[in-house]
Every structure is written in structure tokens, then in C-alpha cells.
Design a binder for this molecule. Structure first.
Ligand code: COI
Length: 356
């Protein structure tokens, strides 16, 4: 069946060889969309009765102008990555965690979600159908974007009557411009990303457009991204627009606790587990911006950003630089520990890696 679908895509893409990709400059991918061969599409109703999902050539969707997602933002998404090993195997990382996070987010957004097995199976199928787009080992990864949206028409405010679960993929390199170099963050003191009781703790699409304004302002002033504070005291660190944050002081690593306003990152969780297994004490607790500014090292974690060191943080007129702008020792150690696991170089003692 996949062979047949490849033939369809072949005609559509006018490519002659679907097993290899000639002439791709794998060294120069940033984090941008590169259309690939197939996407997975599955439709269901509000009661969670899903039809059989299918792979289709990657392309536009047709939805009603009154689709729930277009009018009321009813949608959640995930981010995952597939890596190619040196001996040409394809690996994905903790896919059940993404499936469970989508189920939790869908519940908060009054949507049905695919069960864990359906989700993981669909991810595997989509990656395998686009296998040629998984970059050579060491040259990046295939970013996987599962999306669950209310596509049924609705006018009054209510859950949409129909839902679409889809997965598309794109080869990517590093998230921030300049590769894996330390980033400069600006602390945002006026706007907030989330408030207690809101949706900050789920990966809904509606958490992301509101951060663009502050992000664009910060980028215009030469920063890489924005660091948000809690909405009540404007004092405790929450997260960056696209990733979680960690600090290192002496031998102790700290990161904001999950109290409903920050995203429960799967990379965050994995770094906590990895660091503890390497003998670090890791605390999940409220972290004040003053403490962060006094840290020895700061780094961010996320699927897209992986583990990215922070070079400086600016809070009002106060700018603090870490490690003279160089990559900190703990950030480097944890980056390597995670990525060697994800790329199949180190032994997977946690049973996190899934081979396709
Ligand atoms: C990810 O890290 O996968 C995300 O979903 C964050 C997104 C803003 C790129």
C-alpha cells in the first residue's frame, strides 16, 4: 500500500526517486517547513468515534469557514522528532508521552482524542512513508507535528461536531538562528503567557499566537526569545515561548514546577530523569527571576530546541551573562546525554527509544 502511495506522490511531486533524495543540502536546514511526501489524516466525531485513518499526499485541507478551530481555536498539537542512526535505522522518542499529553490537552479543550496505540501507530506510519526525508545521521531530524483540530462547522460557542487528527513531518536542523549556540533571553514583565486556571499547562494552539507580539518585539531588539513570569506576582519564572527553562547553581539543578501554567515538556521530564540518573539533585519548585539571574548556568529544553544553553538574560536594565557567553558544562553534558540516546549512539537504559 505504501508503495502505491509513493507512486501517487511521485506523480504529484514529479520526483524520480522516492528512496533517496539527491541534491539536498542537509547541512543548512533551520527550523522551517519543507513539504514532504505524505501526511496522515483521520476524522472522528465529538463522541470519539474515529474513522480509519489514511496516509495521503501532503497537501492543503478543505474545511468549512465555520470550523471550530478557525473560529474558536479548538485545537491541540504535539512536537516529536525522528532520527536516523549511523546504521540507517529510524528512531523516535517516547511517543506514548506525546499521545498521553494530547489526550490530556484534548480533554481540557473539550475534544475527543485518538487513543495511545492509534496515535503511536499513526506516527510510525507517517514517518515510514516519509522515510527518505529523515536526514542522514548527525544532520538534523525529521520533525513530526501531530495536530488535533475541530474541523466541524459551528457558529454558537460549543465544541465542533467533527474532528481531524493529522500528522505531517518536515526535516529540520537547529531551532534558534546560529545553531546550538547560547541564546539571549529577555524577561517579559508586562505580558503573561498563562494564568492559574487557564490553559498554560496544555499544548493548545491558542497558547502560541499570543506570544508572537512579545517575541517579535524582543527579536527586533536583538534577543532570541522571551522568558515569561508568573501572572500573580510577576516574580517567578515560567517558560520561554517555545521551551522550558532550567538553572544550575553549584551541583543542584532547578526548574519551575508543573503547577498548571507551564507546558509539561517531554524533553523537560527526560532531562530531569537523565540528570538524576547521573547523580545531580534536581528540584522542581518555584524559581524566582532573581535566583535565575544569580545562577551558574541556564538552559532551555524542548522537542524543537532540544537542550539549548542560555548565554544571557536581560531583566529590565539588568543583563546577566552566563559562562562568558560559552556553553556551560552541565548544559553540554545533558545535551549529549539526551541526543546520543535519541540518535541510538548510547545505550537506552530507560527504554525511551522506539525503532521503526
Ligand atoms: C516543540 O518543541 O516541538 C514545540 O512544539 C514548540 C514549537 C513552538 C516549535
Amino acid at each position: 500500500k505504501v508503495q502505491q502511495l509513493h507512486a501517487v506522490a511521485d506523480a504529484l511531486n514529479q520526483t524520480s526517486d522516492l528512496d533517496t533524495l539527491e541534491g539536498i543540502d542537509w547541512d543548512n536546514f533551520g527550523f522551517g517547513l519543507r513539504p514532504t511526501d505524505f501526511m496522515f489524516v483521520m476524522k472522528g466525531d465529538l463522541e470519539g468515534n474515529w474513522q480509519k485513518g489514511q496516509l495521503r499526499p501532503f497537501g492543503n485541507l478543505e474545511v468549512s469557514p465555520s470550523a471550530g478551530v478557525l473560529n474558536y481555536g479548538q485545537g491541540v498539537f504535539e512536537g516529536m522528532k525522528a532520527y536516523r542512526t549511523a546504521d540507517d535505522r529510524i528512531l523516535i522518542f517516547r511517543p506514548e508521552e506525546n499521545a498521553m499529553r494530547m489526550i490530556n490537552g484534548a480533554e481540557r479543550m473539550s475534544m475527543p482524542a485518538p487513543d495511545v496505540d492509534t496515535f503511536v501507530d499513526a506516527v510510525k506510519k507517517t514517518v515510514l512513508a516519509n522515510k527518505r526525508w529523515v536526514p542522514p545521521t548527525g544532520k538534523g531530524s525529521l520533525y513530526i507535528r501531530p495536530l488535533l483540530i475541530g474541523t466541524g462547522p459551528i457558529l454558537g460557542l460549543a465544541p465542533a461536531p467533527e474532528y481531524t487528527f493529522l500528522i505531517y513531518v518536515s526535516p529540520v536542523g537547529t531551532y534558534f538562528k546560529g545553531g546550538l549556540s547560547p541564546i539571549d533571553l529577555k524577561v517579559e514583565t508586562y505580558f503573561h503567557r498563562a494564568a492559574p486556571g487557564g490553559t498554560g499547562g496544555v499544548k493548545t494552539i491558542s497558547n502560541y499566537a499570543p506570544v508572537l507580539k512579545t517575541q517579535l518585539m524582543a527579536k527586533g531588539n536583538g534577543y532570541s526569545d522571551v522568558l515569561y513570569l508568573d501572572a500573580i506576582e510577576n516574580k517567578y519564572v515560567e517558560e520561554v515561548s517555545s521551551c522550558n527553562i532550567f538553572m544550575v547553581k553549584g551541583k543542584v539543578i532547578s526548574t519551575p514546577e508543573l503547577a498548571g501554567t507551564i507546558l509539561p515538556g517531554i524533553t523537560r521530564k527526560s532531562i530531569i530523569q537523565l540528570a538524576r540518573s547521573r547523580g545531580y539533585e534536581v528540584n522542581e519548585r518555584p524559581v524566582s527571576v532573581d535566583e535565575l539571574l544569580a545562577a551558574d548556568e541556564v538552559f532551555c529544553t524542548g522537542t524543537a530546541v532540544v537542550v539549548n544553553p542560555v548565554g544571557s538574560i536581560t531583566h529590565g536594565t539588568n543583563r546577566v551573562q552566563y559562562n562568558n557567553g560559552a556553553v556551560g558544562r552541565v548544559s553540554q553534558e545533558l545535551y549529549e546525554a539526551l541526543t546520543t540516546l535519541q540518535m541510538g549512539v548510547s545505550k537506552d537504559e530507560f527504554d525511551w527509544v522506539v525503532e521503526l
